[in-house]
Design a binder for this molecule. Sequence first.
Ligand code: PEP
Length: 249
Amino acid sequence: MSRRTLIAGNWKMNTTLDDARDLAWAVAEATEDVEVDVVVIPPACFLVPVAEALAGSHVTIGAQNLHAEDKGAFTGEVSGPMLASAGCAWVLCGHSERRHIFGETNELVGDKVAAAHRAGLTPILCVGETLDQRDDGVTEVVVKAQVETGLAKIDAGAVERTVIAYEPVWAIGTGRTATPEQAQAVHAFIRGLLRETYGDGVADAVRIQYGGSVKPDNATQLMSQEDVDGALVGGASLKAEDFAAIVRA
Ligand code: PEP
């Protein structure tokens, strides 16, 4: 089954306001003619100006994180309804930096995925094993728990409208990429899990992105794998020409 490719650029805690606007414009211009869903994920404080800069373009906007509650006394946090009203369509849930630096658990990530859907956002549920876990042979155990608990609080209809990003932690920001075969093996495993629990319709519809040091020179091979439906790009998304080259791959 063919799924539309989805390429998202996670800018993390980078750019100033001027950089963010310039990068957004450059990405829109450089990817104009491509039949791919293109998403930029700027820092939260630049969502509105980036949304304004991209108005009328084919590029849509995501957020890097959200709070699991819709509103309330949570100083410094940002909720799903706030993101939706700022122009976001997508939100990362459980990025490995949130899990490993900020201690987000599978349960909390599941609450965030549910909060995203409540707000009408498409969550990008990030999963992936550490190097120790891969070396210990528990990649599938870890990823299974992350996927199952991450999706536990939504129904099958919402699962179908969720994106999963497989990002081996050892490949994020390290310059070390999973081989296309390693990526495909875990993507197929995730799709198999979805098939067992939700059936063919959902399993065939969900897009599974690969993330972890995706660059212009490795993107084509990774994207050509059967179960790889796009990429979540960190470092290379900060240069419009590199990001555009990945979109074209
Ligand atoms: C990421 O942050 O999701 C990521 C994959 O980063 P990088 O491309 O820099 O490895």
